[in-house]
Each structure stands twice: as C-alpha cells, then as structure tokens.
Ligand binder design. Sequence first.
Ligand code: FAD
Length: 387
Amino acid sequence: MPHSRVTVYERGKRPLAKVAITGGGRCNLTNSFEGIPSVETAYPRGARLMKRLLKEFSHKDAFEWFENAGVKLTIQEDNCVFPVSQDAMEIVNTLLSLMHKHGVVIRTQQKVTKIATGRNEGYDVFTIDKEGKTNTESYNVVVVTTGGSPKISGLDMIQDLGFDIVTPVPSLFSLCLKNNPITELTGTVVENVTSSIVGTKIKAEGPLLITHWGLSGPSILKLSSYGARYLQECDYKTNIAINWFHKDNEASVCEQLTSLALNNQHKQLQNVYPQRFNSRLWSYLLHCSGLNPMLRWAELGRKGQNKLVATLTNQQFVIDGKNRFKEEFVTCGGVALGNINPSTLESKKYPGLYFAGEVLDVDAITGGFNLQAAWTMAFVVAKSCIK
Ligand SMILES: Cc1cc2nc3c(=O)[nH]c(=O)nc-3n(C[C@H](O)[C@H](O)[C@H](O)COP(=O)(O)OP(=O)(O)OC[C@H]3O[C@@H](n4cnc5c(N)ncnc54)[C@H](O)[C@@H]3O)c2cc1C
C-alpha cells in the first residue's frame, strides 16, 4: 500500500524499546520449533489461533523475512533463533530503517488515550503528548498493538468499545521458596526435570536452575506459563513437586539406585551418586531423605532406598511468591479472541479495527515464540488491510 498514510503512535521515547531488551539484549526473535510436539506446547493461550495464523506466516517465513532484510540469523542448539550479531539493536534498526524507507511516520511520546468510532467511516484516535497536549486524528484503519499489560488499565483506550477482556495476569516468572536451604545451591542446574503443581495436572519439563530466591530455569518458567492463572488465583502460594529424574517413575529410579549400590557397595552415599547431580545437591537430597551421607551403599536397606526414591521422584516445595526471570514477563489474558475474526484479526463488531500481538489473549513460553506471534499477527493484519 505505497500510497497509504501509516502512522505509528508510541507512548515511549524510543520505538521498539521492548524489542531492544529482548533475549537479554540479543533478541531471541523466533524458534526452529524443533522439539515442540504441538503448537499448544508453545502457546498455552491462543494455540488454536496461532496454529491457523502460522500457516500464513511461520517461523520459517520470519527467518527468511529477516534474512532478506539483511539480518544474518543463527539457530542455537536449544532451537532459539538469534541474530548472528547477538545484538537486538540490529533487529530494531532494520525495522526502523524499513519503516523510514516506506514512509511510515513514527510519533513517539504520544500516548493513545482513546479510540472511538469516527463521525464518518473509520476511527478517531485521541492522543496526549508529554506536555499534556491532546490531539485527535482520523484513520480508515486502526491496528491496536499496545502489547501486554498485567494491569487492565493498559486497555483503557478501548474501554468504550465494549470488547470482552480476559483478566490479565503475569506469566513467565520464577518461583520463590521460603527458608529452604536449597537456595544455598544457587547456580546449580539439573539438565532435565519434571516440575508439577501439586493437586493439578499442570506440569512442565526442562532444565531447572536453583537461584538464591528459589527455583527457575526453563522447566519452572514453562510451569509458570502453563499455570499462570492458577498460580495467580492462589496468590503464588502453593506446593510444587519436582521429579529430579525427569520422566522416570519410582520403579525405574529404584532399579538405577540398586545397580549403583551393587557396583559401589563399600563406598559412602555422599561419594557416589547419579551423574545428573553435583555433590552439593546430592548431599542436600540425602539430607531431605533423612539419610546419613557417610552410610555405605550396601547399608542403605529397603527403607532407606524407598525414602531416597520418594525424594528423587516427588520432592515437594512450598512456593511463597514469584520473581522476575531476567526481567522477562509476558501477559496471560487481554482482548478475548472471541472478539476478532481469526483469519484477519479484525474486530467482528468494528470493521477496520484490528488487534495484533500480546494485547490479545495469546502468549507463549520462552524461546522466541512470543515475538514470533507478534511477527505472524503483524503479517496477517497487514495482508488483510491490503485486501
Ligand atoms: C525483558 C523481556 C525480554 C523478552 N525477551 C523475549 C525474547 O527474547 N523472545 C520473545 O519471543 N519474546 C520475548 N519477550 C516477550 C516479547 O517482548 C513480547 O511478547 C513482544 O514484544 C510483544 O510484542 P507487541 O508488539 O505485542 O508488544 P510490545 O513489544 O510490548 O509493544 C507495545 C508498544 O506499545 C506501546 N504502547 C502501549 N500502550 C500505548 C498507548 N496507550 N499509546 C501508545 N503506545 C502504547 C508500548 O510503549 C510498546 O512500545 C520479552 C519480554 C520482556 C519484558
């Protein structure tokens, strides 16, 4: 649409400021989707919509789009995609220079306060600048891309239009523990565990990181995403269980310990342990199982082994609050998907009014899926506007 007038209103000083800080300043802009068994796994909210939209503009399309725009990309071993430069500013500058080239006007420090149906066809966009000066402009088409906001006030601008809103709550956080000595093992990573919220079916797999406030790492972040609403409802006070042996059940762990005991009968428990642990974490786990670390493997006995197996496969932790993960939060909730046409992202009630990105009730686990949702939706909306 080379002849159309496109204006972006940004309340902040700099456009794309959020993109600049993504992925710790490196911008994890998408994911290869290898190892993602289903779209549902990546998008706890909005999977059905994303499944449909990804057919229009997939992670491969995003990859190609950025490479065509001159950004060399690399796929990490964990399937996350980053610019080779490892610099999020390359993404920001590429987008800004393309906008500049195509005549998109960016108005920074202009907060949109209200979007209303105009007198003629189209919409009036009300703004206020940093000096408090207000302005109103009319447009045929308006796309709301105001991102996530854990506070409902972030959606005040569309309040009068009567959209259904799914109450926003935070997602992607680590979990705090109260007075648990495991926090002394800060920095310890266990490659693959299963974490679950006790009393629910909510569970997640992946590496676990012990921090000085509690538990973090991909497994916990995923758990916080899958359980975002449940955890908010219980005020982030609940019990979680860790299976330190990933998917292995009690019988399998029992077998592994029996074999370890047979091969190391005269060695002390503290000196021989499964490879997935370091010695400090192993000592902690022995302590939690009420076992003397100086005991020899031959002396463990059935009772001792059962206690150890119970700790290793189902250790419970009392959660007392949440914490930010590298300042990364996304919003679960937002404009309800029932308000929009799933093929175009246009409002069902207001033709020419679109939504894209985290403002919608769509959010993902970490790994580049949230930005992929933003690119995909932007593409779909743009295509629909052209039509
Ligand atoms: C620290 C951090 C790191 C992250 N890292 C990653 C990552 O590596 N990979 C990934 O996939 N996802 C990451 N995410 C999530 C990802 O950044 C977001 O999901 C994504 O940016 C959402 O894009 P969006 O365009 O919908 O909203 P945003 O990028 O949030 O953009 C919305 C913009 O609208 C502006 N705005 C809001 N209200 C108004 C208003 N009333 N008037 C005018 N302007 C307004 C805001 O200032 C903002 O600039 C990260 C998030 C955070 C917080």
